[in-house]
Design a binder for this molecule. Sequence first.
Ligand SMILES: C[S@@+](CC[C@H](N)C(=O)[O-])C[C@H]1O[C@@H](n2cnc3c(N)ncnc32)[C@H](O)[C@@H]1O
Length: 204
Amino acid sequence: MTKRYAPATERNRAPLLAVLQSQLPEQGVVLEIAAGSGQHAAYFAPQLAPRLWLPTDVGAANLASINEWCAEVDCAGLLATQYLDVLDTVWAVEQQVLPESVSAIVNINMLHIAPWACCHALFAGAKRILGDEGVVLIYGPFKQQGQHTSVSNEAFDANLRGENATWGIRDQEAVTEVAREAGFECASTIAMPANNQVLVFRPQ
Ligand SMILES: C[S@@+](CC[C@H](N)C(=O)[O-])C[C@H]1O[C@@H](n2cnc3c(N)ncnc32)[C@H](O)[C@@H]1O
């Protein structure tokens, strides 16, 4: 059994779907980076037609799990799962002909569970793929002006850093600065349940 189960996806998927429906372009490929278990892909793709949903991840076990979740969904808009490590200087998806061009990049709960270099790499890749159009949506917990937004986020951050010194809840302003250097402006921030946020970036 390779199917993984991430309980948080069941709590955050409905509010996230509402944001996706309001922020995504009407058409094109939505490139999901760090798709994890694959539960989000299987839930979002059928509800976001006619957009196409392309789930990716760096971990072999996650790729297998994404395939299992997506196999249970009868959705023509779900594209084949792909390996994607944001740290690669060229992503395989950049060298492929997709059915439609990528119009959006979605990244859920990765930046705090990956080294900071992944933030730079994510926006560099997003710029290579999107150019001057589209949107990048980042979901997760963030600090604001160096301060945690809740006691629970502060405790979560300490746990993360204890597990891996390169992890940790990121400063929203630092993420926005990395995005700006890559050519994106923070168009809006959307408060989400449980002290999370969606950061909406568009090409400058
Ligand atoms: C906490 S999980 C979140 C998964 C899923 N988005 C969710 O919300 O359940 C963090 C994810 O980041 C992915 N990740 C970590 N480093 C990465 C990298 N360098 N490139 C792409 N994905 C990465 C992991 O494989 C994992 O799936």
